[in-house]
Design a binder for this molecule. Structure first.
Ligand code: PGA
Length: 244
């Protein structure tokens, strides 16, 4: 089975030269990787600075739902797509922490899908001590994908990223990941029906590195990884991709 590996560079690295070097390292390091689809999501200015590569797709980390107009500082899905990106990460917890709501995320997802972008919806609980944590994730999926047309659902990806695992060195137990991936799949089934729901990749993200990556990739129903910190090290990220 082909796995999806997404490098979320966040607001890194600091210069065009460093971005090109990191990208070149990933291109080199992942050469010959089998059964892997690789996406690099750099800061938007670097989308134009990175060379086109037929093996590695580019993605954005955010976008705005309107096509154009008086929206100072925003960037539309059409613009992202025009820069050559094929993917968009939407609803990352770091954006939710800045005030992005499910209603906003829903509009962004629809805008991205209408612009033919593969949309990577990020969901995840803040804290496992809340006994309703599964329900919280379900509510996010239902609200963020509300009224997404079935004809666009084949371009959806869902990344399960528990907030407590992002950048902390803590990771989810494989058994718990299996449970959550199954639970998310069931929710997708309610929304889109069985055949579509089975086609939507469910990724794991949160403190993934080359050592722990196989633990998550071996979980049934997990279609790949969303990698933050470790994707800023070309060798580490390449080792994650080559793990399968
Ligand atoms: P991390 O980030 O791998 O640094 O934990 C993952 C993410 O935020 O997507």
């Amino acid at each position: 089975m082909r796995r999806l590996f997404i490098a979320n560079w966040k607001m890194n690295p600091m210069t065009v030269a460093a971005a090109r070097k990191l990208f070149a390292g990933i291109v080199l390091g992942t050469a010959g990787a089998k059964n892997a689809q690789i996406v690099v999501a750099p800061p938007v200015p670097f989308l134009v600075a990175l060379p086109k590569n037929r093996r590695i797709a580019l993605g954005a980390q955010n976008l705005f739902w309107e096509r154009s107009g008086a929206y100072t500082g925003e960037i539309s899905a059409e613009m992202i797509s025009a820069l050559g990106a094929e993917f968009a990460i939407i609803g990352h917890s770091e954006r939710r922490a800045l005030g992005e709501t499910d209603a906003m995320i829903n509009r962004k997802i629809k805008a991205a899908l209408s612009s033919d972008l593969y949309s990577v919806l990020c969901v995840g609980e803040r804290d496992r001590s809340d006994e309703n944590f599964q329900h919280i994730v379900r509510k996010q999926v239902l609200a963020d994908l509300l009224n997404v047309p079935k004809k666009h659902a084949f371009r959806l990806v869902v990344a399960y990223e528990p907030v407590w695992a992002i950048g902390t060195g803590k990771t989810v137990e494989p058994r718990d990941l299996f449970e959550m991936a199954t639970y998310i799949r069931r929710t997708l089934l309610e929304l889109f029906g069985k055949s579509l729901a089975l086609r939507i990749p469910i990724l794991y993200g949160g403190s993934v590195n080359a050592v722990n990556a196989p633990d998550f990739l071996n979980v049934a129903g997990v279609g790949g990884l969303l990698v933050g910190g470790a994707s800023l090290d070309a060798d580490e990220f390449s080792a994650i991709v080559k793990n399968i």
